[in-house]
Design a protein around this ligand. Sequence first.
Ligand SMILES: [Zn+2]
Length: 265
Amino acid sequence: MYRKTFYLLLITALVHVVSCTTTPVTGTRSFILIPFSQEVQLGQEAYRDFLSKEKANINKDPKINEMVSRITKNLAMKSDMPNLKWQTTVINSKEANAFCLPGGKMVVYTGILPLCKNEAGLAAVIGHEMAHAVARHGAQRMTQQLVLNLGLSVASVSFQNSKYRDLIIASLGAGSTVGILLPYSRDNEYEADEIGTIYMARAGYDPNEAVNLWKRFASMGGSQQPEFLSTHPYSQNRAQRLSSLMPRAMAEYKKSPKYGLGSNL
Ligand SMILES: [Zn+2]
């Protein structure tokens, strides 16, 4: 009996050692059981599925699309995964929301644009979302689900597995599209703030606008509260953590202050 427990612990420890990955920018280590290729494939499948359902709502405004793809390209080039097939689709919606699926597939809802106010504000949102993919937060959350649902093996995580389909989509980061509210942990959010702010600064956008953007979000109360805040809760701690990032972000920004706040939205 003890022998069995010992071997089980040993195997768990070994799996932990081989599955630990280090997150760029923050250097934190995380436990991930999902292979990167599987995570990217799931993200692509969920994205294709989402876009086919939202086909009629895809925004075609050339000015907005040009700005969104410029920001995506600028941030991706300065990210730690420049070779991912990064893509952002703009969806016409009153919802003030945005999300990123593993593999770099992002969605920005037009409802969030007035809150972003300018290109740098939008770069803060896209940078933050991009950071969730680079830090592999979706795969971390799926690993937690694997541990919680002991019957679910790594191989069974697929869209053919209809029983877990919505849970997989929510774990990937697009829970709002299937009606499951699954916010990232506070640590994941801090980490995405940190990585995203550094990326926007490296790309030449004024990182102070990230702080201003979150203040604008937070100042909207009650029924006005943007959807984005239900999955990205804003707190005093978060504001302080963001402000404390500024010296490091400004040092990056000063190397190439290319866009400042950029164009207005
Ligand atoms: Zn987030």
